[in-house]
Design a protein around this ligand. Structure first.
Ligand code: THU
Length: 132
């Protein structure tokens, strides 16, 4: 299944999304591109606020837009971080992704490194109120 996913293209879209981040406080620019079952892609970037805790991550911005547009089946997510340090997505975004696909392939990358993994590895035994 993963073989048919164009991760290079998805990562390019995530990189473009990162360029639209609003991150004047952290300086950490993140972009996400979420592939839906019908082939459509929703992107998001992190949007910060002077009241720091109101900031929203790139991954959740992408996912909420996709759900709002009527999508609930997701095939993959690519995340681009415009920083020398590379970290996997935060716990809150892992939990939000797990709501829809607890095994979604996750590619996260910066300019020099990329890691392809999946949510079952990043968030084993995710909290869920729905039947497996
Ligand atoms: N951030 C994301 O957009 N995604 C993550 O998975 C981790 C963190 C954002 C939130 C905040 O704007 C900045 O990165 C620093 O934490």
């Amino acid at each position: 299944m993963n073989g048919s996913i164009d991760f290079d293209r998805l990562l390019e879209q995530a990189q473009t999304a990162a360029s639209r981040a609003y991150a004047p406080y952290s300086g950490y620019h993140v972009g996400a591109a979420l592939l839906c079952a019908d082939g459509s892609v929703f992107t998001g970037s992190n949007v910060e606020n002077a009241s720091y805790s109101l900031s929203v991550c790139a991954e959740r911005n992408a996912l909420f837009q996709a759900v709002h547009a009527g999508h609930k089946e997701f095939l993959a997510i690519a995340i681009y971080v415009d920083d020398d340090e590379l970290f996997p997505p935060c716990g809150a975004c892992r939990q939000v992704l797990a709501e829809f696909n607890p095994e979604i392939p996750v590619l996260y990358a910066n300019q020099t490194q990329s890691v392809l993994t999946d949510l079952a590895i990043l968030l084993p035994q995710a909290f869920s109120l729905t039947e497996p």
